[in-house]
Design a protein around this ligand. Sequence first.
Ligand SMILES: [Zn+2]
Length: 445
Amino acid sequence: MREILIRGAEVVVTMDAARRELRGADLLIRGGEIVAVGQGLVSTGEVVSAAGCVVTPGLINTHHHLYQTLTRAVPGGQDALLFGWLKTLYPIWARMGPEEIFTSAQIGLAELALSGCTLSSDHLYLFPNGARLEDTIAAAAELGLRFHPTRGAMSIGESAGGLPPDALVEREEAILADCIRVIDAHHDPRPGSMLRVGVAPCSPFSVSRELMRDAALLARDKGVMLHTHLAENDEDIAYSLHRFGCRPGQYAEDLGWTGADVWHAHCVKLSGSEIELFARSSTGVAHCPCSNCRLGSGIAPVRAMRDAGVKLALGVDGSASNDAGNLIAEARQALLLQRVQNGADAMSAREALEIATLGGAQVLGRPELGSLEPGKRADLAIWDVSGLEAAGAWDPVAALLLSGPTRVKHLFVEGRPVVQDGQITTLDLPRVIERANTLARALAR
Ligand SMILES: [Zn+2]
């Protein structure tokens, strides 16, 4: 079995129960597993120097729409609120197909990997022109990232009072049948799994009450997780009150959308009682601070959610509403936004890093990830703090959030190198970028 010794890190941030940070420490990986962490480890296998580096658990991204990578900075959507932004982009997305979905996933996942991410979820809720969930799965497998794709869906088009154009919605029976198909074909529930499929109707305003309920029943029957957008902004709350006669938390609870196997994106507008409901039911939240800023949605009550015991993780959200996909930068944004709302001591750099790592593992139900301890899977990010961005830093761990770097030197997933010396090892990235630009230009025509 392949053995790799990560040697002589300036600091190893373990994220173990005691939150130990080990100076001058090594980390031994065998196969896909961490077998030892500490000083003076020896190995006859491969050695990777971590001199001048901070080693952290791999960061975990819990909300994304990878397909949007080909629609960054679209002029008509640059300055719009959520609903107007969606209406600008839907017709462009309707022109996509399998190749656009695959290439955009390659770009989005490569960007995440370079920013320290070892596990990403994805929320694909439109399947135009023959696109399938498999198009994103292929991209993640090629790159070597751990992947939690969710089979999204929209079923209420404009003619039925919904937001998306009719061409982008599917029949509800077909949605459920395809959820079953992709779960049976790809979901791997075993510990250490590289691929877990989830069920994810797009949002309460694009599918029916019946589909929300049936999706929850199906996911529980199959033992997979549930994901959607919830309480994203004021328009979203108003829609819920008007259309369903209740707030989003009540709607979610009534339809089976609370529990340890559920995580909701955004939750910017959760009320105090909704926060209590989420804490009590172990429901997870994917906090997407850049997207919330970009779309003017507001500041999520992260401090209140954390204090109440809500499981909270980070998401970069779709590349069309961020428009970056840099996960360590997202952690920094989470910290800054809480300080805007709650003061300078509202969130420490270490808490932001914890949310980005352990928080993600908790939300996605992966206890074998999120910390660097013997027996855990070998997903780790190695950050060179000897360069420009961290020059002059007194605390290299805090510097990762407060100053940089924002790109990894090395990245390992399941003990395999995905980034080495700042370069993706598994993709011809310049060729992929060229292809993405060609496809984006064609979409603009
Ligand atoms: Zn989203």
